[in-house]
Design a protein around this ligand. Sequence first.
Ligand code: MIC
Ligand code: SF4
Length: 758
Amino acid sequence: MTVAASTPIELIRGVYASLDERFEIGRRRIDRPLTLAEKILVNHLDDPEGAALERGVSYVDLRPDRVAMQDATAQMAWLQFMTAGLDEVRVPTTTHCDHLIQARDDGRTDLLTAVEGNREVYDFLASVCARYGAGFWKPGSGIIHQVVLEQYAFPGGMMIGTDSHTPNAGGLAMVAIGVGGAEAVDVMAGFPWNVRWPRLIGVHLTGELSGWAAPKDVILKVADILTVKGGTGAIVEYFGPGARSLSATGKGTICNMGAEIGATTSLFAYDDAVARYLKSTGREAVADAADAVAHHLRADDEVEADPGAFFDQVIELDLTTLSPHINGPHTPDLSRPVADLGAEAEREGWPMEVSAGLIGSCTNSSYEDITRAASIARDALAKGLTARAPLLVTPGSEQVRATIERDGLLADFEAIGAKVLANACGPCIGQWDRQDMEDGVPNSIVTSYNRNFPKRNDGYATTHAFVTSPETVMALTIAGRLDFDPANDTLTNDAGEEVCLSVGDGEELPAAGFDPGEETFQSPPADGSTVEVVVSPTSDRLQVLTPFPAWDGEDITGLAVLVKARGKCTTDHISMAGPWLKYRGHLENISDNVYMGAVNAFTGEVGTGLDITDGGTRPYPDIARRYHEAGIGWVAIGDENMGEGSSREHAAMEPRFRGARAVIARSFARIHETNLKKQGLLPLTFADRDDYDLIGLEDRISVVGLTDLAPDEQVEVVITSPDGSTTTITTNHTYSADQIEWFRAGSALNLIRQRTGS
Ligand code: MIC
Ligand code: SF4
């Protein structure tokens, strides 16, 4: 398979060729006009006539056009693909090196250090891509979602990516969904991708942004309304005149952070702004092809006229009255207008001083974002101000970096004391070798990122991270305080004068076009069969996978409770990022972080629990290792929205590797639940949410009746107390008939192996 540095126009024409016929089928089957999400999904159904299309209920098989993976998740995905016995990927696939670059000195130095330090992993990824016909984006090329937006995303397309922020491409009217590695492997191996036919949430945007308000504020507000689980199982579709007033990258920002409300994906319609972006990034032919079918690349007219008849929920948002927002700390849905933050910080005792400002991440690192932030830097400098706290800027891609350098914007940042980092995730994923702060010192940072779970950026539990737009990050960092409202307050400059900051003035797209910068793409050879993929048996970064055992057909009895987590238990709590990213290709080594961040519901302690083998208290990873060695099966208990946050399947593979058999929670985030199923673990939810309280520290748990496991049937769980008394509770599951086979085979990958005979 040839995989180029952009999506070939033939592929796009092929997708457009079936639109008329598929929409006709879709309108007949759904029996009404269609929203844009429905149109795109119908056009990618494996069996458009046969698939059951009951929202939030039926599972469907889809055929995505592309797969993208970032280096921290790609390693495990490729290690799984390698065992599937195939010669090449069956769907165009790319791998992007962005998560493993540590931020410390400056972009160039940090990149060289990363290339040296991660050589083994990069060599593995480059060779595995060449071997199996995938495209490889070298370190320095940029953050996966920015590169996908610039090169691969196209209106009306559908892709999956092994990263929860894949929905960024919804800004270009694509259905782009974040998945775990095993799901990507299905598609790469030529099988369809299976998901629940989504519920639909419509966001009707009217008016136009003004003053300090930015596209980011739209999603900060939506996150406030829907909360971190409000989007679960749903696609969020933005429409209305306000939607058409936003730039393509602004729409990307909004779709990107839709991951934080648990949405399957988010998207906007194709419009002039999208066409302008496609043309500016060298894709005139894609814009022309999309123009020819433009009426198909938006919802049918009836939808905007009467949204209530089409969506399960409709949110009305007037952009004209939307004020700049800032969310956090510790959760991305704790929102308030910027003007109110000072009073709240005072009340809550959050440090008022800003200790650092960070601009970038896949959410907010486009040319437009950077120009708006840079204009504030220029304005501040001209008024005798500089940043009162360290300011770090990460360009989203090599193309953005080269262009902003050419246009003098890097110099604007440097002039007020900012440091420009490599084109990568950097501090957003904890790759921040923070020198100016120590653990244990309460401090506040402001970022233009999307998530802010504790320890996320610098690894310190005492850092309070607030997420907001790049413009507001600039303003608060220049002021050095959380209680600064740029729309109303003044600052005192070097000369002792009171000055106010002017509203950011950005450029949607570079007037002189994009500068592509350095060549960072490696296409695969026509025949990769002789390429050698090296995984050293002594490596501590990479480890060949051993298949998990198939289910033995028996009920699962006598499980120990390794962990009962209270409150938030995100994938960052289950498998921390930052320093642990280096073990993403080595299942055994990374399992040494399992549940390290979980809050023990019995003690309130973080990351430690009771070891039933000797009654001692140990870190969860140690107990898990000891149970594994002793052959003790165990269960993890979770609270609401267990596994929210990211797509990392390590949060499912590590428990599975260490002997977990089931995870029982009040509710799950979509990707984590699927990851658990894919790896052969049973994700169950308490039918009565209060049954969570029945699980005791030293209880033993049995999951019974498993031979009858069937869709829509409840599963009984027996809790045996130390005194021998038992309580039986019921749990629910979301398995479809096909998915039960994953459990029976021991993992979804084992099924692929059976099918390919490897
Ligand atoms: C994240 O933002 O948490 C990540 C790192 O991009 C993850 C993927 C990962 O853990 O590798 C995500 O969002 O899916
Ligand atoms: Fe990278 Fe952060 Fe985006 Fe995740 S959210 S892909 S870590 S920039």
